[in-house]
Design a protein around this ligand. Structure first.
Ligand SMILES: Cc1cc2nc3c(=O)[nH]c(=O)nc-3n(C[C@H](O)[C@H](O)[C@H](O)COP(=O)(O)OP(=O)(O)OC[C@H]3O[C@@H](n4cnc5c(N)ncnc54)[C@H](O)[C@@H]3O)c2cc1C
Length: 185
């Protein structure tokens, strides 16, 4: 079983956590529900007619907990690359992980502390591949952090899902998809 640390509890981080928890790995999402989603009212999230950002976050956090993820309300003060993966530091200590997903939102001091720099330009972006993987093998950047000028809840959720499937595929050594079918009558 792998250990994955996710920093950021917006739609990006929670979506990544959902997929990883459903696969049975140990995952902790860090965040105290301070996301800007609380200022949003979603009329553009496919499959949902209309929902306040706060109601969306409440449902998403519960869904992630139900899937087996842990949510820590601690603020992450530092991250570091180690020989075997990463380390996440909070006020109460340092925890190792195999993979790190950064969904910090608009500001990204932790990504910057690892030397992951924003590319300036018309479409300001963080250099990641289409799964959110950075040049640092164990580190992903997703959501608003990866697309500061094109931030939508559904894009962050998709980014989180793509990063999670990439991590799961690397763990399994083959492509992974999380498909369910309706229960049989
Ligand atoms: C006024 C307003 C209205 C909006 N309306 C819409 C809308 O109608 N439709 C739509 O699709 N989008 C809307 N958005 C955009 C939407 O809110 C964002 O796209 C979405 O929140 C991005 O999700 P994310 O997961 O990438 O990052 P965020 O939601 O920003 O989540 C990042 C989280 O990480 C946490 N965090 C960061 N650093 C740390 C750390 N070191 N330790 C612990 N936690 C940390 C933060 O506290 C935050 O909770 C709106 C935004 C605003 C501001």
């Amino acid at each position: 079983m792998a250990t994955i640390a996710i920093i950021g509890d917006g739609p990006g981080g929670l979506s990544a956590a959902l997929f990883i928890a459903r696969a049975g790995h140990h995952v902790t999402v860090y965040g105290a529900d301070q996301t800007v989603m609380h200022y949003a009212f979603l009329n553009n999230y496919l499959g949902i007619d209309a929902i306040s950002g706060t109601d969306f976050q409440t449902a998403a956090r519960q869904q992630v907990l139900n899937a087996g993820a842990a949510i820590s309300e601690e603020n992450v003060t530092g991250v570091a690359i180690t020989g075997g993966g990463v380390e996440v530091t909070t006020e109460t200590g340092t925890t190792p992980a195999d993979f790190l997903v950064l969904g910090e939102g608009k500001q990204m001091p932790l990504a910057n502390s690892l030397g992951i720099q924003t590319t300036d330009g018309e479409d300001e972006i963080v250099p990641v591949d289409r799964n959110g993987k950075t040049a640092i093998d164990a580190v992903y950047v997703i959501g608003r952090s990866a697309r500061p000028t094109r931030s939508q809840a559904i894009i962050s959720a998709g980014d989180g899902a793509a990063a999670a499937l990439d991590i799961l595929s690397r763990i399994e050594g083959k492509d992974v998809q999380d498909w369910d079918s309706p229960p049989k009558e």
